[in-house]
Design a protein around this ligand. Structure first.
Ligand SMILES: Cc1ncc(COP(=O)(O)O)c(C=O)c1O
Length: 463
């Protein structure tokens, strides 16, 4: 096996500057819009994280169809980011466009339930097994709501999460392991704005795959819920060890904590996510983004006994202000988006091809690293895959965080962008939709090979 190459930061910076110039020359209209945006939008963008594109100004999308984005400067990109999973169904899939247009003609939101919501819930049950569902707008909302439910039912205060997890902007989850602390000791995550709450009070943090620490963190009997992604996907992909999930289920039951699977990204494993692919048995399940085809729509499911326990707690006259809800949550438009995306776009039949293309992408990246003697690894998670700057794939969030090299990541993203490929920002990750052609994998391998060759020739990667 090759060793991890040394990165020469000064040389990398020079190569990055060349790519920045190349981007700037090819994107005069984006530069104009960025200047104008600075006058009315904080940081020149509608949402702060959009400042993190690797290019000097972000490309501005003119249209997005299938797996292709066209920008206002007339460049076409193969989109391997797919809205960080929100557009995993592909951009503007015809059945969804038709269904949404038809629903808009008949009203977007009414405060009334709809048949579409029943259809959506039944389809979610078919895929994930849990019998009862609620609809909301984002995976963040769904996570916040299931944590409330877990606390209401267990009467316990704490939440247990994986080190370097991400579950949306959920206050308790903005925590990382506190070095040298007791089992599960948490501290606030770098960049946690505010923070709203002190996570050392609300949260215990353990590494994925560390069952000993997990048991120690549960032993005090104050954990309401274990909220996890079945595989970490937000600090690079970190896979569970064989047997990890079965043991976690046993621990959750032994110590009376509810087990919540956040399948928002792990739906890449198949139509029923990791829950179906790996036979998981969560008490509650959260899923957002992909299921509504890029429109606001998310869901959470639960075991029947939990629904009964919650019903026993709720007072009918206070149900609208109990901290679970949102005026347009569960709207018919959202329900139609979920029903149509699941029944007609991200279907059972769509996944084998998506997974095959992801696998070809991963093979291609591995071949590049082997041919160029670069000791970097590739991790696969069904229809998504990711490379890490380490010879072995990380086994914990802490290991994955230690392997992050922001400047190298930015260079590779910008190099790819300049060759017509959009990678998922903040990661070296690629995601595949039903609309992504299998040639996408080879297109990426060629561009990656060119990038790595340039890095080696330019002395930025010393192999
Ligand atoms: C696993 C996971 N859960 C929840 C969320 C939150 O999704 P949203 O930002 O759509 O609320 C994310 C976002 O990246 C996520 O990766």
């Amino acid at each position: 096996m090759s060793h991890a190459p040394r990165i020469d930061d000064a040389r990398l910076q020079r190569l990055f500057a060349e790519e920045s110039d190349r981007f700037a020359r090819a994107h005069p209209r984006a530069a104009q819009l960025a200047t104008r945006a600075g006058g009315s939008l904080v940081g020149g963008v509608p949402m702060s994280w959009m400042q993190r594109w690797a290019s000097p100004v972000p490309p501005y999308a003119a249209s997005a169809r299938g797996a292709t984005i066209t920008d206002i400067d007339g460049h076409q990109y193969l989109d391997l980011a797919l809205g960080d999973t929100a557009a995993m169904a592909g951009h503007a899939p015809a059945p969804l466009t038709r269904a949404i247009a038809a629903q808009l003609e008949n009203g977007a939101t009414t405060m009334l339930p709809s048949e579409a919501a029943i259809d959506a819930a039944e389809e979610l049950t078919r895929r994930f097994g849990l019998p009862l569902w609620q609809l909301c707008l984002t995976a963040t909302d769904a996570n916040r709501f299931v944590l409330r439910i877990a606390r209401a039912v267990t009467k316990r205060p704490k939440v247990l999460v994986h080190n370097w997890c991400y579950h949306g902007t959920v206050d308790e989850t903005f925590a990382i392991a506190a070095p040298g602390g007791s089992a599960g000791a948490a501290q606030t995550r770098p960049g946690n704005t505010g923070p709203q709450v002190d996570p050392s009070v609300t949260t215990r943090v353990v590494e994925i795959n560390d069952l000993v620490a997990t048991e120690a963190a549960l032993a005090a009997g104050d954990v309401a819920a274990i909220l996890i992604e079945p595989a970490l996907t937000n600090i690079g992909i970190v896979l569970p060890d064989p047997g990890y999930h079965a043991a976690l289920r046993t621990l959750a039951t032994k110590y009376g904590a509810l087990l919540i699977a956040d399948e928002t990204h792990t739906i890449s494993l198949g139509p029923g996510g990791a829950t179906a692919a790996w036979s998981l048995q969560p008490d509650l399940l959260v899923i957002g983004k992909a299921i509504a085809g890029g429109l606001p729509g998310a869901a959470y499911g639960m075991r029947r006994e939990l629904a009964e326990q919650i019903a026993a707690e709720l007072k009918r006259d206070e149900i609208d202000t109990g901290g679970i809800g949102g005026t347009v949550s569960g709207s018919v438009l959202s329900a139609v988006a979920i029903r149509t995306t699941l029944r007609e776009v991200l279907t059972d039949d769509a996944f084998p091809q998506m997974i095959a293309t992801a696998s070809r992408w991963a093979d291609g990246a591995e071949e590049v690293f082997t041919r160029r003697s670069v000791g970097w690894s590739v991790t696969r998670l069904g229809a998504r895959a990711e490379y890490h700057f380490t010879p072995e794939a990380p086994r914990s969030g802490g290991e994955a965080a230690a392997a992050v090299h922001h400047e190298m990541e930015r260079y590779l993203h910008l190099h790819a962008l300049n060759r017509g490929i959009i990678m998922t920002p903040f990661h070296n990750m690629a995601l595949f939709s039903p609309a992504t052609p299998s040639s996408a994998a080879d297109q990426h391998s060629e561009a990656l090979d060119a990038a790595v060759a340039t890095l080696i020739e330019g002395g930025a990667l010393v192999v």
